[in-house]
Design a protein around this ligand. Structure first.
Ligand SMILES: *Cc1c(COP(=O)(O)O)cnc(C)c1O
Length: 426
């Protein structure tokens, strides 16, 4: 008889051998404690640690108004909705949030999903299927959720080098006559913090009549007027056909969305199985997100403080010759360039310095560019920044990765353009 567990152990053994078996760290945020959390160690003891890898960029998950809206929502509307959007699962809070998100992005309509991942899967999966003869032009650095959506759509996918508009122009020019073209890209790339050249991409899209699909997951709430994202900051939101976002990062909750023309959004609503056949977001989440949205519109002081802390961290790391990928966004990646050393550094930070930064490995990033992805927040203090910099300074010497800077001048320099970085391991 086959013992299936032997097969599973072997599969897991491959990941362990490559130092990319994922170990969850159990941490518990305490009331108003951000960025300090209680780490629940495997031996049952508990220790306070400073969290440096959360995407709750502004700390809104702990904002009293957001928490109150959620708590009140549970009481008023119940803990769950009890259905799909189509079958008793649409609540006025969903409608109000969709209207609020659409207005924020300057679009006609928006649609909520269980997560940002599901939003990308559903939208790209549907658009690539419905647009006749669709060819999708995809940035090599696109997130796994977009890759899965493109695969699901069955459309042909052509990958352009990360942020390389010359390469994109070549690929667009070479597309078959009569094909529908869709350009899929992010504004702030999640793992290296780079920003797409939005205006140039919009110019190309207009020249070649292409649909522009923009993932603003790491930008909504943080950039532009009222925090509406990089497209808003660059004044090109009206030129982007569809903007996708999440409620799980700067919004501090969970859930995802798309926004665009009424017909485009309605098509995704009407065709995407991953939207139709799943229960809707709890109404209390929608109520919390409406409160977050209002807070984000006037969160300039919080954003100013965030970017001040980002600059302080970046300056501190650079002063110690720590190999940090340069960029002006909230994602501050320390390039270690080797899975084993990255894992070791993360472990020592946690155990010796009470600092939590999860290692980022292949397939999330290309092999040889393993890193710690640091995310400051307005709540991180100068003392916490200094403690992190001096711990990393020490570990760079002890573990021996300071040299990574010269070995990897650019994060993507060694990567083939014909593949996505985040392709699932096969
Ligand atoms: C996190 C992330 C998503 C998925 O968002 P969730 O709401 O966490 O599912 C989508 N795109 C990018 C670029 C992301 O980093």
């Amino acid at each position: 008889m086959v013992t299936f567990d032997t097969v599973f152990q072997e599969a897991l053994g491959h990941l362990r051998a490559e130092q990319r078996y994922r170990k969850f760290r159990s941490i518990r945020m305490k009331p108003r404690s951000r960025p300090v959390a209680a780490w629940q160690k495997p031996d049952g003891t508990v220790q306070d640690v400073t969290v440096w890898c959360s995407n709750d960029y502004l700390g809104l998950s702990q904002h009293p108004d957001v928490q109150a809206a959620v708590a009140e929502g549970v009481e008023l509307y119940g803990a769950g909705v009890g259905g799909t959007r189509n079958i008793s699962g649409t609540h006025p809070a969903h409608i109000a949030l969709e209207k609020g998100l659409a207005d924020w992005h300057g679009k006609d309509a928006a649609l909520l999903f269980s997560s940002g991942w599901v939003a990308n899967l559903s939208a790209l999966g549907t658009l690539g299927r419905v647009l006749p003869g669709c060819v999708i032009f995809s940035d090599a650095g696109n997130h796994n959720s977009m890759i899965e959506g493109m695969k699901r759509s069955g459309a042909e996918v052509r990958i352009f080098r990360h942020n390389d508009t010359r390469h994109l122009a070549q690929l667009l020019a070479a597309a078959p006559a009569g094909s529908s073209k869709l350009i899929a890209f992010e504004s702030v790339y999640s793992m290296d913090g780079s920003v797409a050249p939005l205006r140039e991409i919009c110019d190309l899209a207009e020249q070649f009549d292409a649909f522009t699909y923009l993932d603003e997951v790491h930008a909504v709430g943080l950039y532009g007027p009222e925090g509406a994202g990089i497209a808003a900051r660059e004044g090109v939101a009206a030129r982007i056909t569809m903007i996708q976002g999440t409620l799980a990062k700067a919004f501090g909750l969970v859930g995802g969305y798309i926004s665009g023309s009424s017909a485009a959004v309605d098509t995704v609503r009407s065709y995407a199985e991953s939207f139709i056949f799943t229960s809707s977001l709890p109404a209390y989440i929608a109520a919390g997100a409406l409160t977050s949205l209002e807070l984000l519109k006037t969160a300039d002081p919080l954003r100013t403080r965030l970017f001040h802390q980002i600059a302080a961290l970046r300056d501190g790391l650079q002063a110690c010759a720590i190999p940090v990928i340069a960029g002006g966004t909230q994602v501050v990646p320390v390039l270690i360039g080797n899975a084993q050393q990255t894992a070791r550094t993360s472990e020592r930070l946690l155990e010796d310095h009470a600092i939590y930064a999860q290692p980022i490995n292949y397939p999330t990033v290309p092999r040889g560019t393993e890193r710690l992805r640091l995310t400051p927040s307005p709540q991180h203090s100068a003392a916490q920044i200094n403690a992190l910099v001096s711990a990393l300074d020490r570990l760079a010497t002890d573990i021996g990765w300071r040299k990574a800077q010269t070995r990897h001048p650019a994060p993507h320099a060694h990567h083939k353009a014909s593949r996505h970085y985040a392709t699932s391991p096969s």
